[in-house]
Design a protein around this ligand. Structure first.
Ligand code: ATP
Ligand code: MG
Length: 147
């Protein structure tokens, strides 16, 4: 596991950029942390590294937002409000898709998550301070080590 401490949203975006530079189409990244931990903030940096030009905002009310990027697309999922109504939502399509798939609140769908993924834990340690832990599972171990 790699651990980072940041003291502003901008610093968290910078960590996201470093991670995003190592991600490729077909990769899955799980974001774990409480409300306001910084999951969407770090996704902004991941998107920048993929060459996404649009501003990335929380997809909370839409479950998924797709962005075109110079390197590959970014699929940003937020499963916080996933419920019975949305159960036929085809998540696998995004996770096995042609882009990088970043998922907030992934354990809402633990039974269909891939066996290998990059997990990012974000913890709020103060008003503007966060601890960010990056753990690569399976083939993502190499990515973790490259950080
Ligand atoms: N060091 C930091 N890293 C990330 N965000 C920070 C930091 N310091 C302050 N913030 C602020 O905390 C908030 C994080 O919000 P963000 O939307 O990224 O959280 P989230 O984990 O996606 O929450 P949610 O579960 O509601 O989607 C932002 O307003 C951001 O500006
Ligand atoms: Mg969010």
């Amino acid at each position: 596991m790699k651990s980072f401490k940041t003291n502003s949203a901008l610093e968290t975006i910078e960590i996201g950029k470093k991670i995003g530079a190592l991600l490729n189409s077909g990769d899955v990244c799980l974001l774990v942390g409480d409300l306001s931990a910084g999951k969407t903030t770090i996704t902004k940096g991941i998107g920048m590294a993929l060459g996404v030009k649009k501003v990335i905002n929380s997809p909370t009310f839409t479950i998924v937002k797709g962005y075109k990027g110079d390197k590959c697309p970014l699929y940003h999922l937020d499963l916080y409000r996933l419920d019975g109504v949305n159960n036929d939502f085809d998540l696998e399509e995004y996770m096995e898709g042609d882009g990088v798939c970043v998922i907030e609140w992934p354990f809402q769908v633990s039974e269909i998550l891939p066996k290998e993924y990059l997990k990012i834990n974000l913890t709020r340690t103060g008003e503007e301070s966060r601890t960010i832990e990056v753990l690569g599972i399976g083939r993502y171990k190499a990515l973790e080590e490259a950080l």
